[in-house]
Design a protein around this ligand. Sequence first.
Ligand code: HEM
Length: 510
Amino acid sequence: MKAPLTRQSVEQHNTEEDLWVIVDHKVYDLSDFVDAHPGGEVVLRQVAGQDATQAFYNLHRHEVLQQYAKLCIGTLENEEPEVVDPQPGDLSKVPYGEPLWLRPQFHSPYFNDSHRRLQKAVRVFVDTYVKPEAEQKEKDGTFISQELIDRMAKEHLLAARLGPGKHLHGKKILGVLDGEEFDYFHDMIVCQEFVRPSQRGFQDGNMAGMMISLTALRQWANDDELKERISREVLSGQKKMSLAITEAFAGSDVAGIRTTAELSEDGQHYIINGTKKWITNGMFSDYFVVGCKTKKGFSVILVPRGEGVETKLIKTRYSTAAATTYIEFNDVEVPRNHLMGKEDQGFVVIMSNFNHERWMMAAAVTRTMRTVTEECLKWSHQRIVFGKPLVSQPVIRQQLARLISISEATQAWLESITHQMNHMTYQQQSQHLSGPIGLLKAFCTRSAHEVADLSTNIFGGRGLTQGGMGKVVEMFHRGYKYDAILGGTEEILMDLGVRQAMKFMPKAML
Ligand code: HEM
C-alpha cells in the first residue's frame, strides 16, 4: 500500500532528480517535467517540496492543471481541493460570468424551460466539440473540419443557426427541442453559446457564410426545386455557402459595386464578371450569393463554384480559419433561374438579411464582452501585486465596474429587442426594428472598444500575449473590430438608427 501524502512527506522531494509541489491540496510530481516547463526550471526548483498554490495561480490559467492532470500523484491526506474544476456544460460561478437569466438567484420574464434545456445542451456540445477544434484552428489557420460540420448537421445545429423558420420543422435540435418551438431567444442562446470559445477567426470560419447567405436564398429564390435542393445539401453539411457582396470598389456603399451580370443572347443565362473581397468562408464554399450590376440596377444571383470562379485567401488580423477570400468571376455562366428576387431589385434582397445578421453580431459581441469581464474578475481576484490581490486597488474596481455595467446593459437591450422580434411579423420588424438593431450593434461595438481598452490595461503585458493568462483579452483586442465593420459600420448604423427615428417624428413642432 502507498504511504499517505502529507505536507511533511512532500517536503522531502526537493532534490535535483526529485521535485514535488502542492497546488490546491494536490501533489504534483514535476521531476520529469522541469526541463519541459515553459516557465523554466529555476522557478520550479525555488518551490520544490512546498505549497505553490498562490505562485501557480498568479501565473497560470486553471486549464493548465487540467491539461497536465497526469502529473498529479494524489491529494494530501485529510485535505480537500478548493479550486472549482469546470466540466463541459457547467455554468460559470464567477459573479456576472453568466447573463442574469442564467444566474440562479435572478429572474427573467423572457426565458422558459425550453430555453434552459437548449442552453444546457448547446453548452455541453460547444465545450466538448467546438472549443477544442476552435483553439486548434485559430492557431494553425486551417479551415473547419468536415467531422465537426457533420456533427452539427446531425444535431440540426446548422439549421438552428439560420434562426426560426420552416427549415426547422420536424427536426429535434440536439434531441431536446422541437424545431417548431424555436424562437428568437433560442436563436440568441445558440449564437451566444457558440462564441464562448472566444476564438474570433474560427468563430467566423464556423459557417458564418452560410448563416447570412442561405437565409437570403430561402427567402428570395424564385425556383422552389433549387431552393430545397441547396438547403438540403447545405444543412446536411455536404455543401458550403457564402455571401459575396463587398468588393475592393465597394464596402458599405453597395451601389458602387462593379461585378456585372449580363444576360446571354438566348436569354437563358447570366454571364458574370468581376471580383469580390473579404468574403467569409469563400475558400471552401460551393455556392456564392453574389451581388451584381444588371441593366437597370442591382441584382442578387446564386453562383455555384465552377469554371471561371477563382478564390484566393486573404490574410487579415484574425486567423485564416475564417477563410476570408478574394474571388474572381471570369465569364461565369449561371442559369437564369438562379436570380434571387427580381432583376434590378436586389437591394431589398440584401437589406432583408441585414436585421438578423446585425442582431446576431450584437448578441455575439455582447457575450464575448461578458467573457472578457469574467476573465478580468478572475484575474484581478487571483493576481497578487504589491503583496495584495489586484482587486484591492480602487482603480481596478472602477474599471471592473465599467466592464460589468457594459455587459449587463448590452445584454438587457439585446433581450428587449429579441422580445420584440418574437412578437412582430417580418414586415413589422423591417419597419420598426432596423433602426434599433442598427443602434444596438453600433452601441455594442463602441462598448467593445472600451472593453478591449480596459481589459488590456487590467491584464498588462499578458493582455498583449497570445496564449497564457491573458489570451482571451488579447484575442478580443485583436478581433472586436470585425464586429464594428462587418454587417454595416458603426457610422452607417448609427445614421440609419437616427434616420429611421426621424421617419416617425410627429409633424407638429414640439
Ligand atoms: C503543476 C505544475 C505546473 C505546470 C503544469 C506548469 C505549466 C506551465 C505552462 C503550460 C506554462 C505556459 C504558459 C501558460 O500556458 O500559462 C507555464 C508558464 C510559467 N510557469 Fe508554470 N507550471 C507549473 C508550476 C509552476 C510553478 C509552481 C511556478 C512558479 C513558482 C511556475 C512558473 C511559471 C512561469 C514564471 C511561467 C511563465 C509565465 C508567463 O510567461 O507569463 N509554474 N507553466
